[in-house]
Design a protein around this ligand. Structure first.
Ligand code: PNS
Length: 159
């Protein structure tokens, strides 16, 4: 199975990393795909987000990284993916995720969306929360990979 794990990853959190580790155990190949979206203003450039992902996942087997824009299903087809991976934290994620999954299915019947639940210690995490805590001077060490913490501190120092 070739799986694509799409997202903004602005930045990667321990919740994302947990999903990547889980999927890498059963997928033949996992492509982590960073959305290059001009309508959302990210904290980190797409190059910075990709570099953090690559550094965090260095040495993990079966994983590739890519940047995509446009429709996710078009990108998924271009890499012959059979499945789209999305992490589910709480019920609050469900409505949006279900809408996306059904939209993607209506656009491409052949690609299934698989929902993976994060481990309980990461249930509350999101990139937005991590950025807010970091901006307000809180400790994000337990929330993000070490290299991301350093990059967040540096970035916020420059803002
Ligand atoms: O991490 P995010 O920001 O929740 O990821 C959202 C993402 C990238 C999966 C979603 O915005 C996406 O797939 N965008 C590409 C555009 C697209 O295909 N839209 C139609 C399906 S909703």
């Amino acid at each position: 199975m070739i799986a694509v794990y799409p997202g903004s990853f602005d930045p990667i959190t321990n919740g994302h990393l947990d999903i990547i580790e889980r999927v890498s155990k059963f997928a033949d190949k996992l492509v982590v795909a960073v959305l290059n979206n001009s309508s959302k203003v990210p904290m980190f450039s797409v190059e910075e987000r990709l570099a953090m992902l690559e550094e965090t996942c260095a040495g993990m087997a079966n994983i590739e990284f890519a940047v995509f824009s446009g429709l996710l299903v078009d990108f998924a087809k271009s890499i012959s993916a059979n499945a789209i991976i999305r992490g589910l934290r709480a019920v609050t994620d469900f409505e949006y995720e279900f809408q996306m999954a059904l939209t993607n299915r209506s656009l491409c019947e052949d690609i299934e969306t698989l929902f993976i639940s994060t481990s309980t210690q990461h249930l509350y995490l999101s990139s937005s929360i991590v950025k807010e805590v970091a901006m307000l001077g809180g400790n994000v060490k337990p929330m993000v990979p070490n290299i991301v913490e350093g990059k967040l501190v540096k970035k916020i120092g420059k803002l």
